[in-house]
Ligand binder design. Structure first.
Ligand code: UDP
Length: 458
């Protein structure tokens, strides 16, 4: 723990699991660097202050109606949050900034998806730094959306899906980021906002590291002209803690179950906090896993499967017939699972957090991307870092079985593990003294401390 800096940072996470986790990890990192931390959070997916008692919390009312809070269209939900949080957030931030009984506020760190935070920060003369929870490559691609639209790659046309995007090799048109919505314009609007807001901020923090995304980081530095701080992997930057920002409670029975399994034998299956699948897909996954003959740990979130509460579509006595070879939980302590010696393969949807967590533990991936940046993360995993395989036909039990075998009993898995062992070492070394993320974090701290004179003198 470093000496206290006498400055407060205000962090405002987007209330989605894959955005809250890295924001809370960042809060821990900056707390250890000597800053006081205040978190503003929404009622929707509200945080539990007792998990990180060293922070101060302020909850704002997002005023979402019951139907808005249950909205399945992610972009529509984000649009409701952006409209309804604006005023409560502005009031809360204004109160915090004017509170002279506390340490002065050095800056706001917010998620760029909350697009109103820039204008609020400007109106209160508070510098704002952005935490990008996706990869640097994702940010590079969405920053180039105007060009990609001009070239006709976007909106995606069925006839061009396999075409290479030469500006971003090895991406193909089908890999470009996209979130389906009832209004196709909504995603483009989000991307435009993200790009505009980026340029107006005082810096960009990434949960990534130089050795992993050197090229994308260099591109961003050249094109964005704002300071870039790749200080990840966040969870390797602070001492491991048991504190969690999980919205669902973690079922630790899976750790006891993993303790009974042979080293590197288990397929860990999880599709993150948002992705959903249909019943037919669910069944193919179940049968593919069963037929693979490998042990598996499967996270089936409540309502992962359309129209089902939980496991109802599974064939009767599915788990019993496997004699303990399969274990299903609603939510797992994922980082601990991936670090467990019994886990040999991660079947993932390739959300950025999951992808990075898998790389950090040297676990090869089976990629089943669903939406947003996941398709391009999966392409990087399979074609750039070469540490995973994409499920070609996605949901056919024979393909699933074949892909699992390639990574478990055939040599392909070992070759990937060799490549991963280098990345894993780099991921673990870069936050230590002399490493790139260590240096970048010190640069970030100095940058934050310099912002005061920078902003208030203008
Ligand atoms: N996660 C977890 N337990 C689970 C599944 C996921 O703790 O059973 C965590 C995972 O470690 C990651 C986050 O939830 O930090 C999911 O983020 P990601 O970007 O991978 O996917 P998203 O949920 O945003 O689609």
């Amino acid at each position: 723990m470093e000496q206290r800096k006498g400055r407060r940072l205000i962090l405002f996470p987007l209330p989605l699991q894959g955005h809250m986790n890295p924001m809370l990890e960042l809060a821990n990192i900056l707390y250890f660097k000597g800053f006081s931390i205040t978190i503003i959070h929404t009622n929707f997916n509200s945080l539990n202050p007792s998990t990180h008692p060293h922070f101060t919390y302020h909850s704002i009312s997002d005023n979402l109606s019951e139907s808005e809070a249950a909205e399945k269209d992610l972009l529509l939900l984000l649009s409701h949050l952006n409209t309804k949080c604006f005023e409560p957030f502005r009031e809360c931030l204004a109160t915090l900034v004017s509170d002279v009984s506390k340490e002065p506020v050095a800056c706001l760190i917010s998620d760029p998806v909350f697009d109103f935070t820039q204008s609020v920060a400007e109106s209160l003369k508070i510098p704002r730094i952005l935490l990008r929870t996706g990869s640097a490559s994702f940010t590079a691609v969405i920053s180039a959306f105007p060009l990609l639209e001009k070239k006709g790659y976007i909106p995606k046309q069925d006839s061009r899906l396999e075409e290479p995007v030469t500006e971003f090799s090895p991406l193909r048109v089908k890999d470009l980021p996209m979130i389906n919505s009832s209004d196709p314009e909504r995603f483009l609007k989000l991307v435009h906002n993200l790009t505009y807001e980026t340029k107006a901020s005082y810096g960009f923090i990434f949960n990534t590291f130089e050795d992993l995304e050197q090229h994308a980081l260099a591109t961003l530095r050249k094109e964005l002209h704002i300071p870039i701080f790749p200080i990840g992997p966040f969870h390797k930057c602070v001492p491991a803690t048991t504190s969690t920002s999980s919205l669902l409670s973690q079922d630790r029975s899976c750790i006891s179950w993993l303790n009974t399994q042979a080293p590197k034998s288990v397929i860990y299956v999880s599709f993150g906090s948002i992705a959903t699948i249909n019943k037919a897909q669910f069944l193919e996954i179940a049968l593919g896993l069963a037929n693979s003959k490998q042990p598996f740990l499967w996270v089936v979130r409540p309502r992962l499967v359309h129209g089902s509460d939980w496991l109802e579509p599974l064939p009767g006595r599915f788990l019993e017939t496997l004699n303990g070879r399969g274990h299903i939980v609603k939510w797992a302590p994922q980082k601990e699972v991936l670090a467990h010696q019994a886990v040999g393969v991660f079947w993932t949807h390739n959300g950025w957090n999951s992808t990075l967590e898998s790389i950090c533990e040297g676990v090869p991936m089976i990629c089943m991307p669903c939406s947003s940046d996941q398709m391009m993360n999966a392409r990087y995993v399979s074609d750039v870092w070469k540490v995973g395989l994409q499920l070609q036909h996605r949901f056919e039990r024979g393909d699933i079985e074949k892909t699992i075998r390639k990574l478990t009993v055939e040599t392909e898995g070992d070759q990937m593990r060799d490549r991963l062992s280098k990345l894993k070492d780099e991921a673990n070394l870069c936050p230590r003294q002399g490493g790139s993320s260590y240096q970048s974090l010190n640069d970030l701290v100095n940058h934050i401390l310099s912002l005061e004179s920078f902003v208030y003198k203008t």
